[in-house]
Design a protein around this ligand. Structure first.
Ligand SMILES: [Mg+2]
Length: 231
């Protein structure tokens, strides 16, 4: 069994969580998009989701660019102060999970920091989603942090895993990847040559049970045990 020289973490629902009591309360403040921009909440959500990939890989470089595209395609006016207010609200909401880090995750990172292993993060995210990162207690623990919006590619694209390995100076074969499985990231990590593990400690069972074929970890500490097994 190959010894592991690096562990790469997903961010959302792996290191931090937006779920509260089984639903995604933190980031879903109720607002009336119909009133604000002229699209019903469900229409807006659909249009937002359709642009998921391009929001992550810098196809849309900013929140404003996504909103401009949605409004333009729907023949709706772009009202600067409305979009600016939505942007600021989104920054504020997205900062919340960075302020409440699970102590089991902190303990895991402390344990790993005592081992001869490099730690990395690969996150599919946009600029306004990770403004809480730099100030949060997780940030100092990692040797490399890759945010998809900064590098212009996103999981499960092989390029983003390769970039992480090259920055960490490790062969993917000597890498463990752990994530809740969003964006098909576990299959992507495996295709890139890594051992992939499913982080099932944050997401509710009805979501995590949709993913199979990867060792399922129900507590952060189980990752440490898996790491020790490989040494
Ligand atoms: Mg995730």
């Amino acid at each position: 069994m190959a010894q592991k020289e690096a562990i790469i973490f997903d961010l959302f629902e792996t290191l931090i969580t937006e779920f509260v009591d089984g639903s995604r309360k933190v980031s879903r403040a109720s607002r009336d998009y119909g009133n604000l921009i002229g699209l019903s909440n469900s229409e807006f959500q659909q249009q937002w989701n359709e642009r998921q990939e391009m929001r992550m890989n810098r196809g849309f470089p900013t929140y404003r660019a996504v909103m401009m595209d949605i409004l333009e395609k729907n023949d709706l006016p772009y009202v600067e102060h409305v979009i600016e207010a939505l942007y600021q609200e989104r920054i504020h909401e997205k900062k919340v999970p960075f302020m409440n880090i699970n102590t089991d995750v902190i303990d895991l990172l402390k344990q790993l920091k005592r081992e001869p292993v490099k730690l990395g993060v690969i996150s599919n995210c946009t600029e306004e989603e990770v403004q809480g990162w730099a100030e949060c207690p997780l940030a100092d623990n990692f040797d490399e942090v890759i945010f998809s919006y900064q590098v212009g590619c996103a999981k499960p694209d092989a390029a983003i895993y390769e970039l992480a390995c090259s920055r960490l100076g490790v062969n993917p074969k000597h890498c463990m990847f752990v994530g809740d499985g969003g964006s098909n990231e576990l299959a992507g990590a495996r295709s890139a040559g890594m051992d992939a593990y499913q982080a099932a400690w944050y997401v509710p069972d009805f979501i995590s049970s949709k993913i199979s074929g990867f060792p399922r970890l129900t507590k952060p500490n189980e990752l440490y045990e898996q790491f020790l097994d490989k040494q």
